[in-house]
Structures are given as C-alpha cells and as structure tokens.
Design a protein around this ligand. Sequence first.
Ligand code: AHR
Length: 547
Amino acid sequence: MNIKSFVAIPIVSVLCLGLWAGCSSPKPKSPVAQAQSPVPPQAQPQPPPSPLVKTNRLVIHADQPGAEISRNIYGQFSEHLGHCIYGGIWVGEDSPIPNTRGIRNDVVAALKKIQVPVLRWPGGCFADEYHWMDGIGTPTNRPSMINTHWGGVVENNHFGTHEFLDFCDQIGAAPYVSGNLGSGTVQEMMEWVEYMTSDADSPMANLRRQNGREQPWKIPYFAVGNESWGCGGNMTPEFYADNFRRYDTFIKNYGGDKIYRIACGASDSNYNWTEVLMKNAGRQMNGLSLHYYTLPSGHWSGKKGSATEFNEADWFNTLQHALVMDEIVTKHSAIMDKYDPQKKIGLIVDEWGAWYDVEPGTNPGFLYQQNTLRDALVAGVTLNIFNNHADRVKMANIAQMINVLQAMILTDNEKMTVTPSYWVFDMDTVHHDATLLPMDLQSVDYAFGDKTIPAVSASASRDQAGKIHVTLCNLNPNQSVEVPCELQGAKAGKISGRVLTAPEMNAHNTFDRPDHVKPAEFNTFKVTDDGFITTLPAKSVVVLEVE
Ligand code: AHR
C-alpha cells in the first residue's frame, strides 16, 4: 500500500458548485483594480457575508436536456486484493459453495440485479506487477507469485484472463482491463491484447484457442498502467506521458473493434499531472483516469477512522470530504477543456470510495471494512456529482466490488450480504444512459460545530420512456428536510419513490442480519402546481420517479 499525497481542499468552494444564491463565489478582481488599490491587503473590504439559506429550493430544467449519463458511471473495480477475487468471486469448481465454472452463483445473482455496466481488473497496484501469461492454461500448472502490495500473500493465478472474462459474461458487465506498464514490457501488453481480441491465425490467438476459447472477446476498455505516479512506477508526468504514447502505439485494434484507451491520470488535486498528460499525450488517449478516496480523517498517515464505530463528527467529516469530489472533478475537467473543448476525452474516475481502518482482527493488507448508512450517503452524493458532470465523466469504478474498501457485497465462506452502498447502486440504475436534466439547487446548511456543508445533494435525469428520476440525499443525520421542487418544462402526474435510511448512522448489514438496511417504499411527497414537494428523512437517500 502506498502512502497517498492527500491534499486538503478548501471546502468553501465546494459548497458553491452548482448551488444558488447564498453561495455565489466572489468574483476575482480585475488586475487594474488590484494594482490601483490604495488599501493595504489586510484592510481590503471583505465581500458581504452570504445570506443565510433558510429554505431548500430545487429547480429542474426538464426543458434543457443535458449530456447522456453514461451507465459506466455505475462501474465497479475488482482487484487481486484480500478476498475480492478469491472467496468473493472465485471459489473454484470443487467448492461446496454453489458456483458456475468456479464463480459464486449468489454473488453473480446479486450483481446482475444492480446491472453492473463495466468491471475494472486486475488492479490497482496489482496490475503493474501482473504478468498475464501466468494466469492462462491449466490452473494447476500456472506459476505463483507474491502479491507484494496486498499482504504479501501467495497468488496462485487460478483466476486469470479466461475466468475474469467469464465472470464479466455471467454478470453482464463490459470488461475494463488494466495493462502492466510499471513492470511489464511493451511486447507483453501488445500480446495480451492480441490474445484476447484477435481472430487471426496468429500466435496469441492460437494460444487462446489452445486454452479453450475459440472466439475472441471484446475488450472495450483498456488502461495503460495504474497510479504510475506512485505504486505503478513513481514516474513524473512527462516520463509517463512518453511511456503512454509508446505502449499505446502497440495496442492494436482487431476485427473492427476499437479499444477505448485510458491513460493513467492524477490522484486528488494533482492538477499538474492532468495538464502534462493532456498536453503531451492527449491526442492518443480516449480517457484519462482520476483517483480520489474519502477518508474521515482526511489524511493518509495514522488512523483513518473506523467503518462502524464513529460519532457525528466523523459522519460530518466523511461527507465533507466526499463532497470535495465536485471541486476535484470540476478543476480536472477545466484543464481538459483547454486541450479538448469538444469533450472527446472522458474523465474516468476509476477508483473512488470511502477508505477506513480495516476491521479489527483482519489482515491490514486486505482492506476489509464494513459498510454503513454513512457509506450509502457517500455513494449517493458522489454518484450525484458524477451525474451532474456527465458531459466529462464517462466512467467511474467504485473501489471495490467485494470484501475490499467500499464494497457492494461482503462474504464469509458460504455467507453473503449486500451492503447499504449496494442499495444506492440498485436505486440509481434508473439513471443508466438517461439524459441529465440540469438543475439549480439551493440547500440549507447542515452545521456541525463551526463547520457547514449543504444538507441536500441531488441529480435528475429523464429516461428513454420519458420518466424523470431524481436522486436526493439528506446529509443531516438529525433533521428531515423539506425540498420544494419546480419542474420546468414538465408536469408531475404520478410520483413514486424509494428510500434508504435507518435509525442509526452506523446501521449496517451483517451475515446474521442481511436485511437490516434496505430500501423501502417512499411516499412523503405531494404534487404541486409547478412540480412537487417532498420531505427527506434525516440521513437518507431517496429516488423519486416522476411520470
Ligand atoms: O483500491 C486499492 C488501491 O488503491 C489500488 O490498488 C491502488 O490503485 C490505489 O492506491
């Protein structure tokens, strides 16, 4: 595990993004005014304090359709880390746990329900030490390796290319493969792509056939390295950009399918990385990645905080840090806009989520953490942010799918439970490939101590059947909030809804109580002359369907 360079971002600007009156950013002074100002800096007049927002107000511009919300925003990430792959997905054909070709049936059924659109694999940091040829052929003949990043455990390579692509087929997800740039050769990466996607009578395609797969697979998404500024090789952006250009040159498109090439992007607020990559390699890439994790403490050194044992200060801080995603995406997007004003290159947030201390007694290298209602709110607000940036964010992959970090599913041998985060992905399937509806949101504050964040987060879309869906989160764990919504260009007829909430902030599902946190029918809303009005329970995620 590498220590991240987490940079604290001033929260004040986050509160202003996409929000209304009461939160307008102060206009920068013109250079002339600054030069002529006779007032010493410390005595310069301050902008008047923002008027206190006393009521919520939401206006959805249903008459101004925005970008399509790519279903890939609801993507997932699976790494050879802890029990994500082994135990979580793969149990082997001889396991007493019901499986299809070694892959757990219960996990597949749960994931099909949330319509996972795309799955990233094999890492993460693991990807840059993974040699794909070790993961093909008769499983017992496959060489082992040490998983140096994640607990130093022996990786037997029984889950390799064929097993991953079978898993993607079983759950109906598009594969997103991360290539090894850190410790692999150009030839190795080139041959992997040939092995998976070529239909020719060629050495790699024939090797695939020998291993039991006649038809090539479609690999729509391929990344060239992971966190190359850190665990992927500690490179400078200039050095990585040159390497991306070189490796990418040898990734060939076979059979008329075009691979979407994703370059390693920045972490957090490393805007220089994005600048250099766009400038030096923008012409060759289809997507540029971004990683941002939410930590209650906000820093990587020392304790991050427990996943379940927390108080309101931790709840507040976690959500405050989750909201920073808006500022980070906005600023990286602005740099991309300079080089790519037509927004052809996607911002691919291929690692995000809450990162806590591991559960007591578990291997620190396995990153196993419980998942509570707080995580459901982290998921709800983050997915709202991605929806609202759908013009640039073309994919996101929560870290990680099973048993690692902010997981959808937890397993323990034959036992399985889905998490509160899973339910948010379930409720939000309505936004997959729907058209974003722009909105103006004025939110009351949720105050804790002397700090505040907006209590309400929202996003809205219209699906192909013409139905409008609105995801609303109430971050305040103590008070319900009333949200009047004006629907411009549409009329609310019938409304229905689902809500995810619980009495306690740290409510979570266990193997003995797997249904403790799950969505319920929601009907606290009323149609009004210009839209509707709804009351969101404290600490809740609500999805409304407006017909
Ligand atoms: O998701 C866990 C790890 O976090 C990934 O392997 C790495 O890319 C990031 O540092």
